[in-house]
Design a protein around this ligand. Structure first.
Ligand code: 5AD
Length: 354
């Protein structure tokens, strides 16, 4: 395992000297989890959010965004479509909402997915911080995995990009991730790369932090500015550098945690059209095609230039599959794609119990 200063050195290697890093990370991935790229059909359930994160386009304070939540009928149609398209893994992402109504709605959706698919689909939730009771309720209704990014492992930087109140507490965020793990979710986290004021030491510490947290999955990508947020025009690292750091962070995390699932984020694709493919070649093994009904995509804008706003799913899957083949991998729709790291841990626990 690299030390923080070794990671910092690797982050600062010029791109033309970084091939070895990407190649080693890609080979480590292929030797550990294989050359299959798992897909997760992504449904963006709602852009209403009670949080006010300074970087995010759907923050509560953004009065210029029209808010939506998919209706029961739209959800039903989308689930139906997901099953017919052959996906075996769904991610439901949403702005944070702690109302009883929302919690029940998510519970209903989970039950509906289990019923409509005959329990053949794995569901990941990504909807922020909730009580242990809520996490448990959703797990009982069929959620298997949960993504909750820490955003940055540096508490000081965290407090610079969030309001200072109980709703945006670094400690609370970590506690939620720990709760999810304790409940037995496959737990994912991740960070943004190139946040204004973030140093390369911060990024190195993020790798060590994620390793120490013993996550099963990771999603991370470049910080991208959004005009209607306080951090617009505050980037301290040029965009292409943020992209480069993101690829290196994927590679370094793969080397630190060979058996986890790592997503090639949509944010990578918004910087460079083949950004996700570059992410795969740097050690990622998951892609999340967006299946949100097209007319809502414009509204779920966390950052500017979010790609896929107008692209329908059939076109995007065919093209993606070809691109993934071209880089020596194959795209899989019909597997759960559970994290090997999680499966090993489960096996270990059951052995210890016996
Ligand atoms: N740039 C990049 N990523 C962002 N996210 C939110 N806003 C931005 C942005 N401006 C990411 C956060 C959040 C995830 C859902 O989207 O990491 O956890």
């Amino acid at each position: 395992m690299y030390t923080a200063s070794e990671i910092t050195d690797l982050l600062n290697l010029p791109m033309f000297e970084s091939d070895e890093l990407f190649k080693t990370a890609n080979e480590t991935k292929i030797n550990t989890v294989g050359n299959i790229v798992f897909t997760r059909a992504l449904i963006e359930l709602s852009n209403s959010c009670i949080k006010d994160c300074f970087y995010c386009g759907i923050r509560m304070g953004n009065k210029l965004t029209k808010r939506y939540i998919l209706s029961d009928k739209e959800i039903s149609k989308t689930i139906d479509y997901t099953i017919k398209s052959g996906f075996k893994s769904i991610v439901i992402q949403s702005g944070e909402n702690s109302s009883t109504e929302f919690i029940l709605k998510v519970e209903d959706i989970l039950k509906q997915i289990a019923q409509q698919s005959n329990n053949t689909i794995r569901v990941t939730l990504s909807m922020g911080e909730h009580s242990d009771d809520t996490y448990k309720k959703w797990q009982d209704a069929g959620a298997h995995r949960y993504l909750l990014r820490i955003e940055t492992s540096n508490p000081k930087l965290y407090s610079q990009i969030h309001p200072h109140d109980d709703k945006h507490s670094f400690k609370q965020r970590i506690q939620c991730i720990e709760s999810l793990k304790k409940l037995g979710y496959q737990t994912g986290s991740g960070v943004m790369i190139g946040i204004p004021g973030q140093s390369d030491e911060d990024l190195a510490n993020d790798i060590l932090f994620l390793k120490n947290l013993d996550i099963d999955m990771c999603g991370m990508g470049p910080f991208l500015e959004h005009e209607q947020t306080p951090l617009f025009n505050h980037a301290t690292i040029p965009l292409l550098k943020r992209f480069e750091f993101s690829l290196k962070m994927i590679a370094l995390l793969r080397l630190a945690m060979p058996d986890i699932n790592i997503a090639a984020s949509t944010a990578l694709q918004s910087v460079v059209p083949n950004g996700r493919e570059q992410g795969i070649l740097s050690g990622a093994n998951v892609i999340m095609p967006n299946i949100t009904p097209l007319h809502y995509r414009e509204l779920y804008k966390l950052y500017k230039n979010k790609p896929g706003i107008n692209q329908n799913i059939e076109d995007s899957i065919t093209a993606l599959s070809e691109n993934i083949n071209a880089i020596g991998h194959s795209l899989s729709l019909d597997e759960w794609g559970d994290s090997l790291h999680y499966k090993k841990e489960k096996l270990h626990i059951s052995h210890v119990k016996e």
